[in-house]
Design a binder for this molecule. Structure first.
Ligand code: ATR
Length: 307
């Protein structure tokens, strides 16, 4: 059941959460929020760890975000996750921000200690873990292309790749100016004499067929961070003929089963995976921040259909 609580329950002191069994001490804020899968695997993690707390969905409108965050400590919460549309707006309401979250410019995890709120971003680090799990490689050793680098998910992935020191980063966006401005921001991460042949370590290109094909010759990992592929009727994001067997393809989209991009990549003989592993690992990293212990990954995975 996708139960959703209104922000008013938190703003009124959180009395309603204390009488739940187990009491609600973690929440995901969003607008809309009923679609969030996080309670599935976070509650499995809490049960597997013997922690007497539950994780709930809270419907928080943009106008309620600041007050809702500030109300968390007094209501007995340990932390929260933030999803659309709150990840950037929340920066202004927190007492401290972790360096990776600051670089990404977005927060998806809040931890509460001594009444103070600290913001983290586990999307980027979750991506890195997902790639290691799916393809048995470290992003540090890869030439990466990010489609949708101008969006929120693309930015988190691209910034984290830069922080990790990936070999090469190609930022792709339909409106190319967003990719160019992100490349300017990330340039300091790529000033080194690592020798990788004729291609630039950092590039920004328009999402068009010819530019994609030329750059894909110098890429190991192709990442879709656009929302294209969530619906089965969505057009192909990239021509099938551009996909080659040497590529690893990671589709951050995880809508029901294989996405078109994953299918196209597999037909081309490439290794491919969808975004469920990133969803799982961003959640596992949040759990580790809240409880300072390894997340029970097997229990979390078992609670996430398809993972
Ligand atoms: P979010 O912030 O939640 O990731 P978003 O801001 O809507 O979502 O970003 C979606 C990303 O997908 C953007 O990079 C967008 O490109 P633009 O910046 O040019 O809008 C990209 N995107 C959306 N639809 C696309 C399409 N049909 N083809 C290519 N890129 C697309």
């Amino acid at each position: 059941m996708n139960e959703v609580f209104p922000a008013s329950d938190l703003l009124n002191g959180g009395e309603r959460f204390h009488v739940l069994a187990p009491p609600a001490r973690l929440a995901v804020f969003g607008d809309p929020i009923e679609q969030s899968k996080s309670p599935l695997f976070q509650n499995a993690a809490l049960r597997a760890s013997g922690i007497d707390a539950q994780y709930i969905r809270l419907h928080v409108a943009p106008a309620e975000l600041n007050a809702s965050l500030k109300a968390l400590p007094a209501a007995g919460f340990l932390g929260a996750n933030l999803t659309y549309p709150h990840k950037t707006a929340a920066l202004a309401s927190l007492d401290a921000i972790d360096p990776a979250a600051k670089a990404i410019g977005a927060v998806n995890t809040v931890a509460i200690e001594n009444g103070k709120l600290t913001g983290f971003n586990t999307d980027g680090a979750g991506f890195i873990r997902a790639i290691r799990e799916e393809f048995f490689v470290d992003v540090r050793d890869l030439r990466v292309m990010v489609l949708g680098a101008g969006g929120g998910a693309g930015r988190a992935i691209a910034v984290q790749c830069a922080i990790e020191g990936c070999e090469r980063l190609v930022l792709v966006n339909r409106s190319v100016e967003k990719a160019v401005s992100l490349a300017q921001e990330l340039a300091p991460y790529f000033r080194s004499d690592r020798l990788i042949g004729p291609s630039e370590r950092l590039a920004a290109i328009q999402h068009d067929s010819a530019a994609l094909r030329a750059e894909l010759e110098h890429v190991d990992l192709l990442v879709n961070a656009t929302s294209v592929g969530m619906k089965r009727s969505d057009p192909a994001l990239i021509p099938q003929a551009h996909l080659t067997p040497n590529l690893m393809v990671y589709d951050a989209v995880y809508a029901g089963g294989k996405t078109r991009l994953v299918e196209d990549a597999e037909h081309a003989g490439a290794r491919a995976a969808n975004g469920l592993s990133m969803l799982l690992h961003q959640g596992a990293l949040a759990f580790e921040i809240w409880f300072n212990r390894p997340a029970p990954l097997a229990a979390m995975r078992a609670a996430l259909p398809g993972a």
